[in-house]
Design a protein around this ligand. Sequence first.
Ligand code: AMP
Length: 212
Amino acid sequence: MKVILFGAPGCGKGSQAKLITKDFGIPQISTGDILREHIANQTEIGKVAESLINNGQLVPDEMIVEIVKERISKSDCKNGFILDGFPRTIGQAEQLSSITKIDVVIFIDISINEVERRALTRRICPDCGKIFSIMEKYAEVCDECGAKLIQREDDKREVVRKRVDQYLAQCEPLLKFFKKRKVLKTVLSKNSPEETYVDVKQILLQVHAKRK
Ligand code: AMP
């Protein structure tokens, strides 16, 4: 099953992807995580992506499409995958549809106020990648591996504004694009990932049954 998770930055795509992976055994492909890994390793891609990401800008379509194309050709994607953070532009969506056929796009609907609140209170473990919300429970170190939590550069106020504006500019055209292809399903973002996942799972079970 090939799934796209779509929604504003901080709407909980990453948390949903992890729950889907656990239940359906398909890997999460987070383009943001892949780019952050490139930055950490200071690869050629990482060098280009770093300043763009820290300024709340998108990396060029050609670069991100190549990354995704290569990733989905790996053997762990033979039964499907979850795209988290891709496509983000019509150009990316068009190129993706020429590479593979997506079964469902799940749009996680959330208010922009909530997006800003979540991003500003999000902390991340630099070692294991676990995500924390200091709004829900204050924490300074990771409860899994003990590392000191950090705030992503792009979760800082000014950058969050730019990311949200950038998302809003692309959101409607992309929703239209997915709707036209009859693959769009919408869920409302609830208070916890587990609550949101009840609706996400329901949709995926239906899609899964139809594919059989
Ligand atoms: P994310 O973790 O998905 O919020 O991504 C972090 C940042 O990586 C974004 O703000 C963009 O700068 C970059 N990025 C991630 N995915 C894409 C994409 N599909 N297209 C362009 N830039 C991306």
